[in-house]
Design a protein around this ligand. Structure first.
Ligand SMILES: NC(=O)c1ccc[n+]([C@@H]2O[C@H](COP(=O)([O-])OP(=O)(O)OC[C@H]3O[C@@H](n4cnc5c(N)ncnc54)[C@H](OP(=O)(O)O)[C@@H]3O)[C@@H](O)[C@H]2O)c1
Length: 308
């Protein structure tokens, strides 16, 4: 057995995939989430609100995990902008209490952060670069990183840009939402000025399990070895899924809702260039980082589940 893994937010998009791979790899898997979902046979489910610090400490004390991963988040950027207190409570304060309890239990800890901690104005970002978020979500992740490292100096902080794939259970998947819209014949406008460093959820899950096994400490970027704008990525995804790619239309810089039009009230500001360097991951991990087209093909061709 690899060890005992406790995944907060394990019922979400990344979590369902991570837990499925962990079970296959021989981990004893515990899922902690706001809802118990009818999936992941072989995993133990624990219903929890992670903003309840006493409940978090009691769960970690009871399960006695060797590795803890925190995926529970207000991960929708626009929702985080609207519901600022909740986003801070979940993404910052609860992450800090999970980190402290993991440290007290002698467990390793992985916190999930985002390229949204950066301003998005530089050509690319390495792990040591200064943060400068342009929206509330990015601020909560930057603060979460800092407080997690104070609470658990041996923690791993994983920064990702955009995750590709389908949920096993449920969750916040851009590809699953796209498939639904295209199946209904809906036109999908996509910004040409938002550049991202995507990663498929299977590569991401394998890399995170490697970090748990090796008790990696410090900040690590995980993503593609190259980068792509959201319009090109979405068109290619539509084609690979067998949909009419002309339904995906180019939203020019400055159009409503794009990175250049940050004053749109309905959509939070976006960082323009979410380009994170994955050179450190390529040096340190045995899990290979892929180029974006290979990663997209893997996300669509190797789905683990049928969740929404
Ligand atoms: N997906 C991406 O492209 C992407 C990109 C960059 C960073 N990230 C980060 O990666 C992590 C995983 O993202 P994801 O896409 O898997 O998110 P997700 O699908 O929204 O999953 C998050 C899970 O956490 C649960 N949760 C939220 N608040 C909770 C609370 N107070 N107590 C207990 N459980 C709670 C959610 O349950 P409910 O549904 O009931 O709220 C959900 O099951 C997040 O930290 C996210 O910020 C994701």
């Amino acid at each position: 057995m690899n060890g005992r893994l406790l995944v907060f937010g394990g019922g979400g998009f990344v979590g369902g995939n991570l837990c499925t791979l962990a079970l296959r790899d021989g981990w004893e898997v515990h899922v902690a989430d706001s809802t118990v979902r009818d999936a992941l046979p072989g995993a133990a489910w624990h219903r929890i609100d992670i903003t309840d610090g006493a409940a978090v400490a009691a769960l970690i004390g009871g399960v006695k995990p060797t590795a803890v991963v925190d995926l529970a988040a207000v991960a929708d950027i626009d929702r985080a902008e609207r519901e600022r207190e909740l986003a801070r409570a979940v993404n910052v304060d609860a992450a800090r209490s999970i980190a402290a309890a993991a440290r007290a239990a002698g467990a390793s800890f992985v916190y999930f952060s985002s390229d949204a901690v950066f301003a998005g104005t530089a050509e690319r970002y390495v792990e040591e670069d200064a943060t400068g978020p342009v929206n509330w979500y990015g601020r909560t992740k930057a603060d979460g990183e800092r407080l997690v490292r104070e609470a658990h100096p041996g923690a791993a902080i994983v920064r990702i840009s955009l995750v590709l794939g389908f949920p096993v259970t449920d969750g916040n998947s851009f590809i699953a939402a796209l498939a639904k819209k295209l199946a209904a014949g809906t036109v999908v406008p996509c910004p040409v000025d938002e550049i991202r460093t995507p990663i498929d959820v299977l590569t991401l899950s394998a890399a995170v399990l490697e970090l748990c096994r090796t008790r990696f400490e410090g900040i690590l970027h995980l993503g593609s070895t190259d980068n792509v704008d959201r319009f090109t990525l979405t068109q290619r995804a539509a084609t690979l899924m067998g949909f009419d790619a002309s339904l995906v239309t180019a939203q020019k810089p400055g159009a409503a809702g794009t990175a250049a039009a940050t004053a749109q009230p309905a959509r939070a500001a976006r960082h323009r260039r979410g380009v994170i360097s994955v050179e450190k991951a390529r040096r340190l991990l045995s899990t290979p980082m892929l180029d974006w087209e290979t990663s997209l093909g893997r996300a669509i061709g190797s789905r683990l589940g049928n969740g929404r």
